[in-house]
Write a protein that binds this ligand. Structure first.
Ligand code: CTP
Length: 402
């Protein structure tokens, strides 16, 4: 349909980028990337109107995103040329054809297009040897200045290398080393590095990527003091197993941000002050920073307290309840102590699902005025219930009266 519309509007439109790469690799890629020779935003608006999709236009960049049902997303851009006037800064953009648009990209495997107009429907446009490199499992940059223009591509190179088990072509590796020698990773805006780091944390197998990065340049461009740890691989496997277990058994059905759990591990070695500075400097999202900081501050104490012999279930509840699930499940995954694991399991599977019979209306009926003490009373009942001291509404009411 988009192809027909392009024909009607007299435009040429192409599928590009990771979508084409993954299609040729036979693996799934859910986000669609389209490039239009001409006005991409006008094309997106027309697509949105005809297909009843929501359109979000980014006029400054000449791009738009279509949003549909079940998370469907398509990015549409106007074909463009890019000129980098300063290393690591955003480029100057001008109109171009598909060949220019593909040339400005990171790697040959990401620089192919598929026509969607009727006359070239399904035709692959591969000006730079992308198919050859896919077949020989090679990550090849488009030109020698690629990593100077955009140093975040160094992180992308190792991400794709490890994701697909490809190898970095020797000149590409040389260009990466040259960019690293010029300390280009220290020149990029930190939020751009953050976005790439998060993409690494979200990979299915992120630890080999982190290890490769460590071998290439260390992590000082993120923060001095950060080091690679051999234990991460085993920890990541345990973490994922625990996340699956959580999804199947936890009383509160909420999916875990496993990438945040890996972030907790990654940043664990930093001193608290340095960690706070890094989270701020890279402008990690509030929720991400909060959980990473909480793990750094709370995990060891939590494990020690949960290991105590005479801890009541309600005491474990009180320790665990304020913490994010990612922190709790990570401690569960990594603790070697059976008692700690059992207590966290009981909390997640049984106690955290505890429901009271008594409600606010019942307390009002007993003559309590609504206010902060309402919560206090309800929590006292909850803790007693978690400790197995109460059964049924009458016992809960009796405790409330006390
Ligand atoms: N791109 C680029 N340089 C970058 C980022 C992106 O040239 N620093 C280009 C690549 O052609 C890439 C496309 O923009 O294929 C889309 O970028 P993105 O969605 O980040 O990457 P994908 O290739 O789709 O990778 P993934 O599978 O991780 O989503």
């Amino acid at each position: 349909q988009a192809g027909d519309l392009a024909d009607e509007m007299g435009l040429r439109a192409y599928l590009v980028g990771g979508f084409v790469r993954d299609l040729l690799l036979g693996s799934g890629h859910f986000d669609i990337d389209l490039v239009v020779e001409g006005d991409g935003i006008r094309f997106a608006q027309e697509c949105g109107r005809r297909l009843s999709l929501k359109v979000v236009a980014h006029g400054h960049f000449g791009t738009a995103t279509l949003h549909g049902l079940e998370g469907f997303k398509a990015d549409i851009a106007s074909a463009r040329k890019e000129i980098y006037e300063k290393p690591a800064a955003l480029p100057c953009v001008s109109k171009g054809g598909i060949k220019d648009d593909l040339f400005r990209r990171d790697f040959t495997i990401n620089a192919m297009a598929i026509g969607i107009n009727r006359h070239c429907y399904g035709e692959i446009f591969d000006f730079y040897g992308g198919r050859r490199d896919l077949e020989s499992k090679t990550i090849r940059a488009m030109h020698p200045l690629s990593f100077i223009d955009d140093p975040t591509r160094i992180l992308r190179a190792v991400r794709f290398e490890k994701r697909f088990s490809f190898r970095l072509e020797s000149r590409t590796l040389l260009w990466i080393r040259q960019a690293l020698a010029r300390r280009m990773l220290f020149c990029v805006q930190k939020h751009r590095l953050r976005d790439e780091l998060i993409l690494i944390f979200k990979e299915r197998r992120p630890v080999p990527v982190l290890k490769r990065l460590w071998g290439l340049c260390g992590y000082s461009f993120i923060s001095p003091g950060l080091v690679y740890r051999e234990g991460w691989n085993a920890a990541h496997t345990r973490m994922q197993k625990a996340a699956c277990w959580f999804a199947a058994h936890a009383a509160h059905k909420r999916s875990l941000d496993t990438y945040v759990m890996l972030m907790c591990l990654f940043f664990e070695g930093l001193a608290l002050r340095r960690l706070k500075e890094t989270m701020l400097a890279f402008a990690f999202r509030k929720g991400e920073s909060r959980r990473v900081l909480s793990y750094r501050k709370d995990a060891a104490v939590l494990e020690r307290r949960l290991a105590k012999q005479d801890l009541r279930p309600s005491e474990a509840y009180r320790l665990l309840e304020p913490l994010a699930y990612e922190v709790v499940v990570l401690v569960y995954a990594l603790s070697a102590k059976k008692r700690v694991k059992d207590r966290i399991r009981d909390y997640l599977v049984v106690h955290h699902g505890t429901r009271l019979h008594v409600r606010g209306e019942d307390l009002a009926f007993l003559g309590f005025r609504p206010g902060p003490h309402f919560k206090k009373i309800l929590m006292a009942i909850l803790y007693a219930k978690v400790d197995g001291k109460l059964e049924g509404k009458n016992e809960e009411l009796a405790l409330a009266k006390k």
